[in-house]
Design a binder for this molecule. Structure first.
Ligand code: AMP
Length: 287
């Protein structure tokens, strides 16, 4: 596995691959790898001849006062973990090269970025789409793999890719969970022992909503109350949002159906965690 820092070297590497008629799958990450990231890398390896993993803590997707400075970093361990996978390049650009003089250009997707996480984090998705657009241009992938854990992010990137006419196949990977159901996340490192216990309530709430849906409950308001009660049974949990949305448009549903996703954002102590799942357990997420 090569580690590449300069943007021009990354592009040259990709152009050589394209010249040979071979394919590239990109896995964008902010590092501090866990099994979720590694699963994305493995899927990328099944999709394309070559895998590029980008590792970049993208400052412009953090608002002032968010956790940019505390965000966990461990390049040495990440390098070791990625090298154990079928990864050709770990692309680690510098902040100064990615955003020369702050970078004057932003890529913004309208509409679906204004709901769910976009309400609490109004500039977040603009930061995400800008960096992903740059990564696409630099690494020239045929495939890009994103986790369904960041369900809204995946929808936003699909929309951007269609709107900007990139011929890149955006591939989602199911949420990878700990044995007790907690979705893996670099931010789980912030949780104290007690908070880690409380954090299981997100998955418990999703499972409970699925059970109610299976028992015939379709009224979104009622499902939301059940979910809220499960979450708030933990004194250190506060709710950012509980939403039942259409998987494509992210529009809120009054009546749930098999294509409805329960999307959750909570704070456990001061740590913000998100999770989501279809109400019908066996529904496949589709493009
Ligand atoms: P991050 O480093 O947190 O920006 O995540 C990089 C990629 O890994 C994103 O596409 C995330 O959606 C994905 N990801 C993070 N956690 C998980 C997980 N538990 N399961 C599946 N994908 C994940």
């Amino acid at each position: 596995m090569q580690i590449i820092h300069p943007l021009a070297d990354m592009t040259r590497w990709s152009e050589d691959v394209l010249f040979r008629g071979e394919t590239i799958a990109l896995v964008p990450t902010m590092g501090y790898f866990h099994e979720g990231h590694l699963s994305l890398m493995r899927l990328a390896g099944r999709l394309a001849d070559h895998v590029v993993v980008s590792l970049f803590v993208n400052s412009i997707q953090f608002a002032p006062g968010e956790d940019l400075d505390q965000y966990p970093r461990d390049l040495e361990n990440d390098t070791r973990l990625a090298a154990n996978e079928k990864v050709d390049v770990l692309f680690v650009p510098s902040d100064s090269e990615m955003y020369e003089n702050g970078g004057a250009t932003r890529v913004r997707v309208e509409g679906i970025t204004a709901v769910l996480c976009g309400r609490q984090r109004p500039s977040h998705f603009e930061g995400v789409t800008t960096v992903v657009a740059k990564l696409f241009n630099i690494t020239k992938p045929h495939f890009a793999v994103f986790g369904e854990k960041d369900f809204q992010q995946l929808a936003v990137i699909r929309r951007m890719t269609r709107d900007l006419n990139w011929n890149i196949d955006i591939v989602g990977h199911p949420i990878v969970r700990e044995s007790d159901g907690l979705a893996m996340s670099s931010r789980n490192a912030y949780l104290s022992g007690e908070e880690r216990q409380s954090a299981c309530c997100l998955y418990r709430a999703i499972e409970q909503a699925r059970a109610s849906f299976a028992a015939g409950v379709r009224d979104a308001a009622r499902l939301q109350v059940e979910v809220r009660d499960t979450l708030l049974a933990n004194p250190d949990v506060s709710i950012d949002y509980i939403a039942l949305v259409d998987q494509h448009s992210l529009a809120e549903r009054e009546e749930a159906d098999a294509g409805t996703v329960l999307a959750l954002a909570v704070r456990v102590g001061t740590t913000r965690l998100i999770d989501n799942g279809f109400l019908a357990d066996d529904t496949e997420k589709s493009n």
